[in-house]
Ligand binder design. Structure first.
Ligand code: AMP
Length: 283
């Protein structure tokens, strides 16, 4: 695997590589890699001639400065994991390489409704910053395929909208991959590393709450069902930001289910200082 730290070096390499018959796959990450990230690399390896991973902890997308300070960094282990997975290129830029003029929002994206609900509501500015970093990375890498994890359901929808807005949806295929889970159902996440052993034992409650939504989904009002799911979280020391059921196609919140619309359950909750998110298609 070749590691590039400078944008221009990576650009230069990629210009030499892309002869239009070769396909490039791109997996953007913030590092502290786990099997969920590696599953995206593996997917790219199946289709692409060149797999590029980026590790960049984007300061602009952390609305909570403590979350940024405490975000896990395990770069040597990450490099080993990427090498073992057969990743070809790692782009590992410093902040000043990506934001030479500082990390302020230099461009606004029209994310509409998606920015106002769920993660957008609880993390103001987050998706604008995600848009900005993805825009910058795609401009450097120009992949044919972009691999994202379904664990970040709303982020996938935001990036889909962004690709359309940037006129990139014709040239970049968005590939959304399944969430990889621990044996007890907890979605793998870099933030899980911050849980102590007691917290870790309780953390599967998010998965259990989503399973409850799935197993008990019925036509009509969903209030009581969501209340039951919230209770599973409270019983396990979680403080939920939200437990919602939304239209899987557009994330409109569904208070009363018609028995047909494809819906997804979405949860964000704090275990002490650590905020975890997860989702599950319910039907
Ligand atoms: P992150 O490093 O958290 O920004 O994640 C980088 C990419 O990996 C995003 O597209 C995530 O959705 C994806 N990802 C994170 N956790 C998982 C998981 N458990 N399963 C599959 N993909 C994941």
């Amino acid at each position: 695997m070749t590691i590039f730290k400078k944008t221009n070096d990576l650009r230069f390499f990629l210009t030499g590589f892309t002869d239009r018959t070769k396909k490039t796959g791109f997996v953007p990450t913030m590092g502290a890699l786990h099997k969920g990230h590696i599953s995206l690399i593996t997917e790219s390896k199946k289709t692409d001639d060149l797999t590029v991973c980026s590790i960049f902890i984007n300061p602009a997308q952390f609305n909570d400065p403590r979350d940024f300070e405490k975000y896990p960094v395990t770069i040597e282990k990450d490099i080993l994991m990427l090498e073992q997975a057969g990743c070809d290129i790692l782009f590992l830029p410093l902040v000043k390489e990506i934001y030479p003029a500082g990390s302020g929002q230099d461009k606004q994206y029209d994310l509409g409704y998606l920015e106002t609900i769920l993660e957008g509501r609880y993390r103001p500015g987050h998706f604008q910053a995600v848009g900005m970093i993805i825009d910058k990375l795609l401009t450097i890498i120009h992949p044919n395929n972009l691999y994202l994890g379904g664990k970040d359901y709303q982020q996938c929808m935001v990036i889909k909208k962004l690709l359309h807005q940037l006129n990139l949806d014709k040239t970049i295929n968005l590939k959304i991959c399944n969430t990889v889970r621990e044996a007890d159902g907890l979605a793998m996440s870099s933030r899980n590393m911050r849980l102590n052993s007691e917290e870790r034992k309780k953390a599967s409650a998010i998965f259990n709450a989503l399973e409850l939504l799935k197993l008990n989904l019925e036509m009509g009002s969903l209030d009581l069902l969501k209340e039951k799911a919230r209770n599973i979280l409270y019983e396990n020391a979680f403080r939920p930001d939200y437990v919602e059921i939304a239209d899987a196609a557009n994330l409109k919140i569904i208070p009363n289910w018609d028995g047909k619309t494809k819906v997804v359950g979405l949860i964000a909750a704090y275990m002490n200082e650590v905020r975890l998110i997860d989702n599950m298609p319910l039907n």
